[in-house]
Design a protein around this ligand. Structure first.
Ligand code: HEM
Length: 332
């Protein structure tokens, strides 16, 4: 993938901290007059990467239980409509009854198919559309007052496996997360998610850090990236260590009543981040105070101290304070 962000991408980076400390919370906000999905300057590189990962090991990255057929079509429709509405220069959707024509000008794709007729598409509807977006997508079946991870495509995970989590309930797939269960965060979050309505999407952000600009931090590829965490020095820290932010969206699907959960992962190196001293100062404070069980869970133990030193030496005077995120202007 491309090794850096343009200045525009840096300016719109979804910086995750509204204050100087971080604790697990539900931190969910409505999405108003914004697209669900983001098409940014990394679109082509990331789509190429997603497709190569799926081609190499679909079983490990793609889950689709048989009762999720309707949710698949819901997902295809929601995504096509979102892209065609918000990025009409790249995507168009023409619907004539059940006969739909989808055009993706970036990828040179133009397909006419019959809605709800799987045989008219080159892939299953969910896989077809997932191969054209930068977001990982999880589909949750809502039943028995719970949410079950019954479908998904996950090529850019932060250390979890969709093959392992397939079929699990909300609290089950969150089991490895420290302290949030005891704080009642997941109980509250689930109760909220179950009540999300059609046409009223919600969003939240999650964050961690990754060494090198690597989206695919899956268990499967651990041998390729695990050792990188021991390679951080004060000299290479600014270029190597990245703040990793997931912009997550939650959308109620109309036919299946399933919940669509999208994850757009953004990476920014500390050097890129440091053009905004508000960000570096805040990240320094957050990391300094981060409880040790969360440091360990996020895999930061080996290089947090080096990052703290680098941040304290590379925070400029706040002459660029107007660089606070513009697109994601609501503080989360
Ligand atoms: C409904 C869609 C969601 C799915 C499918 C999902 C899935 C996951 C998974 C698989 C993990 C990694 C667990 C592991 O280490 O194996 C995770 C982490 C986490 N999730 Fe969720 N999640 C969802 C929604 C939420 C919501 C609404 C919250 C709000 C509280 C939340 C809070 C968290 C937190 C705090 C972590 C730990 C992240 C970290 O410290 O890096 N999740 N989630």
């Amino acid at each position: 993938m491309s090794n850096s962000n343009s200045i525009e991408a840096i300016k719109r980076f979804p910086f995750p901290f509204a204050g100087d400390s971080y604790q697990y919370s539900v931190n969910i906000q409505p999405v108003v007059n914004e697209p669900i999905l983001d098409v940014d300057e990394h679109y082509q590189t990331e789509i190429k990467l997603r497709n190569s990962i799926l081609d190499r090991n679909k079983t490990g990255r793609y889950v689709n239980l048989p009762h999720m057929k309707t949710a698949q079509w819901d997902t295809l429709e929601a995504i096509m409509e979102d892209l065609a509405t918000h990025y009409s220069q790249f995507f168009t959707l023409h619907q004539k009854g059940d006969r739909w024509t989808w055009e993706n000008k970036i990828l040179n794709v133009r397909d006419t198919f019959a809605f709800l007729d799987e045989s008219s598409l080159p892939y299953e509807p969910f896989e077809y559309i997932a191969r054209q977006v930068q977001e990982d997508i999880i589909l949750l079946d809502q039943r028995e007052k719970d949410l079950f991870l019954d479908a998904g495509v996950l090529t850019f995970p932060t250390k979890w496996s969709i093959e392992f989590d397939a079929g699990m309930s909300f609290e089950e797939f969150h089991a490895p997360v420290p302290r949030a269960h005891q704080m009642g965060v997941f109980k509250k979050a689930k109760s909220f998610l179950r009540r999300i309505e059609i046409g009223k999407p919600w969003t939240r952000r999650n964050w961690t850090m990754t060494v090198n600009r690597r989206l695919d931090t899956s268990f499967e590829t651990y041998p390729a990236w695990g050792k990188d965490r021991s390679s951080v020095t004060l000299d290479n820290c600014g270029a190597k260590v990245h703040l990793r932010v997931e912009v997550q969206r939650f959308v109620r699907l109309p036919r299946s009543n399933s919940l669509m959960f999208t994850i757009h992962t953004y990476l920014i190196s500390l050097e890129e981040l440091s053009i905004n001293p508000v960000w570096t100062k805040r990240l320094h404070e957050v990391l300094k105070k981060l409880p040790s069980d969360i440091v360990q869970y996020k895999g930061l133990s080996r290089y947090r101290d080096t990052v703290l030193t680098w941040l304290s030496q590379n925070t400029l005077e706040p002459e660029y304070t107007n660089l606070e995120s513009t697109v994601y202007s609501r503080s989360l």
